[in-house]
Design a protein around this ligand. Structure first.
Ligand code: IPE
Ligand code: IPE
Ligand code: MG
Ligand code: MG
Length: 316
């Protein structure tokens, strides 16, 4: 909870006014109801998180009025898909920590984590089905398919230190950016708001790039995850790809032999690759802002620009 209060994205929700705040409160209540009696599902929801995707649904779909029940259900559904994905992602990545707490995988094992992810995932679609919109279901199922494809691609590319940047970017688009895009699309579909073009994909990509930077930069006290988690499970991300281009001594690196992830993180930092990766993310955010359609309500434009900056500020 304290992490949320200091998060720039939480500050945006404050600034955006009472209707949006009330909408997010309704999302929280409904998420807790839906997690219901399953302890790991409840713990997953109660561990918090930034609720960035519900925020996107609301900003894409809300005028100055209170959110409709339909919009709240769309926001809840997107967050449930995200939560389900994280629980499953932590199985795939064998991750010990998430949001500063042991993952379901670490505390309950593979079976519990698989079942908990499946529960959250199914309840996401059950919630969205109540909106009676084939278009909304199509948008969310396309994004969750992309997500699964991105995770599969990450497994296929595991340990491949020579993965091309283009393939890395495609993986980020599939596993992260498409859900951002779907959040915006659901907001639009539920309320008849304007389309926002490539904005969602652009900030989604930047978000994943910066997450990958944070995995290397740490510290764990800030990320809620151990430093170098990606490297340890063979996930090759932009910082390492760029460090290998700069530091020839990294050319022969085999991640399977990695003993000291901290030390490799330090070498990546020393190569200057984190700055370059960060700059790439900043460019994507700048392009996303530019891609916003010209004819938007001033208030909505302001909120979207603030979210784009918030994505970056989290990592400043
Ligand atoms: C984490 O997403 C997974 C990525 C796409 C990098 P978030 O950083 O939005 O996770 P929470 O919900 O705030 O914990
Ligand atoms: C993002 O990938 C998770 C999904 C989009 C499924 P990561 O594996 O980088 O996310 P974290 O670092 O575990 O949060
Ligand atoms: Mg992970
Ligand atoms: Mg990560």
């Amino acid at each position: 909870v304290s992490a949320r209060a200091t998060d720039p994205l939480a500050a945006i929700a404050e600034l955006a006014g009472a209707p949006l705040r009330r909408g997010l409160e309704q999302v929280e209540l409904r998420l807790r109801e839906i997690a219901g009696k399953s302890a790991p599902a409840r713990e997953t929801i109660e561990a918090g998180g930034k609720r960035l995707r519900p925020l996107l649904v609301f900003v894409a779909g809300m005028g100055g009025q209170d959110a409709t029940a339909e919009l709240v259900r769309a926001a809840v559904a997107v967050e449930l898909i995200h939560a389900a994905t994280l629980v499953h992602d932590d199985v795939l990545d064998a991750a010990p920590l998430r949001r500063g707490r042991p993952t379901v995988f670490a505390s309950g094992g593979r079976g519990a984590a698989t079942a908990t992810g499946d529960l959250l995932f199914s309840r996401a679609f059950a919630e969205l089905a109540r909106n009676d919109s084939a278009a909304q279901l199509a948008a969310l199922s396309a994004a969750s398919t992309a997500l699964a494809e991105g995770e599969l691609m990450q497994r296929e590319d595991a340990w491949r230190v020579d993965v091309p940047v283009s393939r890395y970017m495609l993986r980020c688009e599939l596993k992260t950016a498409r859900l951002f895009e779907a959040a915006i699309e659901l907001g639009r579909l539920a309320t008849g708001g304007p389309p926002l073009g490539r904005f969602g994909v652009g900030i989604g990509l930047a978000f994943q790039l910066l997450d990958d930077v944070l995995d290397v930069s740490g510290p764990a006290s800030r990320t809620g995850k151990r430093r170098g988690t990606d490297l340890l499970d063979g996930t090759v991300t932009l910082p390492l790809i760029m460090a290998r281009e700069r530091d020839p001594s990294l050319a022969a690196l085999d991640l399977r032999d990695l003993r000291d992830a901290e030390a490799l993180c330090d070498r990546i930092v020393e190569s200057g690759a984190l700055e370059t990766a960060r700059e790439t993310a900043l460019e994507l955010v700048a392009e996303a802002k530019q891609a916003l359609p010209a004819r938007l309500q001033a208030r909505q434009r302001q909120a979207l620009l603030a979210i784009a900056d918030g994505v970056v500020d989290r990592y400043a």
